[in-house]
Design a protein around this ligand. Structure first.
Ligand code: NCD
Ligand code: ZN
Length: 363
């Protein structure tokens, strides 16, 4: 068997195994209660750390709530085998009323690593989100001083803007003015889905605060045709919504480019099957079970396996100012069939699947 470590140059053809520094997930929804207990081990077995989204019901808006949520996450970690050392990196949900003091408390906690902006009405549990960023000016100033990054769900909610254009419009209307008004603010443009976002991030003005972007595995693998042609597939519905093929291709190009502003964020977002398969289905794809394998497949198909480690394991911690992992994982070339569902106390969560089998498996 040819075993390869990422630090050596290679041609991916004929490589059967790939060892890399243990990756981290820079954007994930692990939910709470029964879902958290049943599903957290999937994330913990794949990743060393993960940025935990705060869009619970009610949302995690204070450091105190984040501390309690962190405890529940730690209690859901596997008790043996891989995943026991998993570290949740907490975030707070920004509202019109988040105070600068709360930002200082978050920074002093040592376990809060970002503040999440959901423009009100954009996505799952975003009703308590920000109605107008002008309400948050003093809080954003505190974020500049503490270097706590703002993690943005980058879509406008203006009803006249087409759902497929909401990310592109967000760049001009919100993101660029925000970065000019707060020139030291660190920003992560979360789960980018368009060529426009790729270009904006790649050419970001370096005189302003640091800018990074996460890219999901599902947006690297599928375009909107897969979701809509031949019948609507509710398990592919997520936000931001899948776009045209040119956008998917631009995302792959960014992910494999080796550019340090692009890093892994699964946006794995489990919903119960009956809420997805409904007349008003929830947005979110469940990829935590097999995220690394999905990313490996994308990089392999693009002939860029040697760039996977930077994207999955180095660019994220470098952006967040955290140490790179000293642990490793090994992926093996091996075809496997995923389960259809994860059963949870008589309910189920459908696993994100494509028409073909996966060609990599975590050892
Ligand atoms: C996420 C969820 O369900 O919490 N859904 C999704 O489609 N990605 C929210 C989000 O990140 O937009
Ligand atoms: Zn998300």
């Amino acid at each position: 068997m040819n075993i390869l470590h990422q630090s050596t140059e290679f041609n991916s053809f004929g490589i059967d195994a790939l060892t890399l520094a243990r990756p981290d997930d820079w954007h994930v929804h692990v939910r709470d209660g029964a879902l958290l207990k049943a599903l957290l081990p999937h994330t913990a077995q794949q990743f060393g750390r993960a940025i935990i989204m705060p869009n619970l019901k009610p949302p995690v808006t204070t450091t105190e709530q984040a501390a309690a949520y962190r405890k529940r996450i730690l209690a859901a970690r596997p008790t043996q085998g891989p995943g026991t050392a998993f570290e949740p990196l907490m975030t707070l949900y920004l509202t019109d009323n988040t105070s600068p003091d709360e930002i200082w408390r978050a920074r002093e906690s040592g376990f809060v690593h970002g503040i999440k902006l959901y423009p009100a009405g954009t996505t799952t549990n975003s009703d308590a989100g920000v109605t107008d960023l002008r309400h948050c000016a003093v809080t954003l100033e505190a974020m500049q001083k503490t270097s706590l990054p703002l993690l943005v769900h980058g879509e406008v909610t203006d009803p006249v803007v087409d759902v497929f254009d909401r990310e592109e419009v967000f760049i001009d209307r919100v993101l660029e003015p925000l970065r000019r008004d707060f020139p030291a603010l660190k920003v992560v443009f979360e789960h980018i889905t368009t060529r426009n976002a790729v270009e904006y991030v790649r050419h970001a003005d370096t005189s302003l605060g640091m800018l990074g972007a996460t890219i999901t595995a599902h947006h690297l693998l599928l375009n909107r045709n897969t979701m809509l042609v031949g019948g609507i597939k509710p398990h592919y519905y997520c936000l931001p919504i899948f776009k045209r093929e040119v956008h998917r291709a631009a995302l792959v190009e960014a992910a494999i480019s080796g550019h340090p502003r692009f890093f892994l964020g699964t946006d794995s977002a489990p919903h119960l099957k009956n809420f997805k398969e409904s007349s008003c289905g929830c947005a979110g794809c469940y990829t935590a079970l097999h995220a690394l394998e999905l990313y490996a497949q994308t990089f392999d198909e693009a002939g860029a396996l040697r760039r996977l480690e930077g994207f999955a394991s180095f660019h994220g911690p470098d952006f967040y100012g955290l140490p790179r992992s000293i642990d490793t994982v090994t992926l093996e070339r091996s075809s496997w069939t995923l389960p259809e569902n994860i059963d949870i106390d008589g309910m189920s969560v459908v696993v994100f699947k494509m028409s073909k089998d996966l060609s990599w498996k975590l050892r």
